[in-house]
Design a protein around this ligand. Structure first.
Ligand code: M6R
Length: 359
């Protein structure tokens, strides 16, 4: 049951430290920069040359996040919406690994993508033991988030990203022949992630931001790299449960069109990774403010000059730049939750939607 919580969604947001602990525990040796995943011993990905990630909705955003983790590790990777992949699967090539990502393991579009794939191997990262996709794929990697009841996916996203972070490092080892140069820092940041998420869940900053922008016309979300995946996910969560218009973009895309929509009535949530690409996103935030758009920065202390560039800051603990996005996403989950609650929405069962889309 929901216990002390008013909604499953809030319960599941609050459970993320525990869920992430389960996703990561026993799977790393950060002192040696090693990952140990049951069923995927060293050499398990020998011969793999590229990765295709297939998924829908929130899981597609985890796929985009993983695409950037793999690319930064020198492993060619591409995220596809399952339905598009099923409709026109890329040609057969040796060395292709297809990774399906699905909380439920029952999403019809993703099952169709795996069936259409002309790949050397298929695997699924799923939260549900024995689900259809575990039978369709050659291998299974469990995400271990625990049961998710709310239609809005929350803890499953964080646990997917954590699990696929480990997998990305494991694949990199086999494909490139050595760990990432910063594997130790990355794995130790993953180990600290539950604690960092707890700090975000315990803050009330997101609720204050949801209140401050309760009467806006549209809500925009921008970011780059992993922050782009988080921007799209922030917008999906927001529209799904508040029924307000929300859209996510890559930060660079704005001046190619969407900037025309920006006014005082359109707050823009800017996701910062806490790395070298922050400078460009700060530039984009400045352009938004110059058009009167309120900017809410979601950022760690590593990002400079936020006082001058943002109207409000949703801060997250400092961590490895590839993991700040997970923390930023928790802030955006909380913003969507409080915005939906203010509007009296049916948070756990939004209109027109089902928890798992099996047709
Ligand atoms: O079970 P899956 O992860 O395959 O589900 C995919 C999407 O249907 C799902 O993530 C959906 O977008 C969520 N309701 C988003 O909160």
């Amino acid at each position: 049951g929901k216990g002390e919580y008013e909604h499953y969604m809030l319960k599941e947001i609050s459970e993320q430290p525990t869920a992430l602990g389960r996703s990561v525990s026993g799977r790393t040796d950060s002192a040696r920069g090693e990952v140990t995943l049951d069923g995927f011993p060293p050499g398990a990905f020998d011969g793999i040359e590229r990765v295709h990630l297939v998924a829908m909705g929130t899981s597609y955003h985890a796929a985009m996040y993983t695409e950037s983790l793999l690319a930064r590790r020198g492993v060619p990777a591409r995220a596809y919406m399952s339905s598009e992949y099923a409709g026109s699967p890329p040609p057969e090539e040796d060395g292709t690994l297809v990774i399906a990502i699905s909380q439920s393991g029952e999403t019809a579009d993703t099952i169709a993508a795996v069936r259409a794939a002309r790949a050397e191997r298929t695997m699924v990262a799923t939260n549900v033991v024995g689900s259809s996709l575990t039978r369709e794929c050659d291998d299974t990697l469990l995400v271990r988030a625990g049961p998710e009841i709310g239609v809005a996916a929350t803890k499953s996203f964080s646990s997917q990203v954590a699990t696929l972070s480990l997998l990305s490092e494991r694949i990199r080892r086999d494909v490139i022949g050595e760990p990432s140069p910063d594997a130790e820092e990355f794995l130790s940041a993953l180990t600290d992630l539950p604690d960092h998420v707890r700090q975000v869940v315990e803050s009330d900053a997101a609720e204050r931001v949801a209140d401050a922008f309760a009467d806006s016309e549209s809500y925009f979300f921008i970011g780059r790299g992993p922050g782009h995946a988080v921007a799209l996910e922030g917008a999906l969560k927001f529209k799904e449960i508040t029924y307000e218009h929300a859209e996510g973009f890559t930060a660079a895309e704005l001046k190619h069109g969407p900037l025309a929509l920006v006014t005082e009535e359109t707050p823009v949530f800017a996701v910062f990774n806490g790395g070298a690409d922050d400078t460009e996103t700060l530039g984009n935030a400045t352009e938004i403010r110059a058009r009167g758009g309120p900017v809410v920065a979601v950022a760690s202390g590593e990002t400079p000059d936020l006082e001058e560039t943002a109207d409000r800051v949703l801060s997250v603990p400092s961590t490895h730049p590839e993991l700040v996005g997970v923390l930023a996403n928790v802030q955006l989950q909380l913003v969507a939750y409080h915005a939906a609650k203010r509007r009296g929405r049916s948070i756990d069962k939004p209109r027109n939607l089902a928890k798992s889309v099996t047709v």
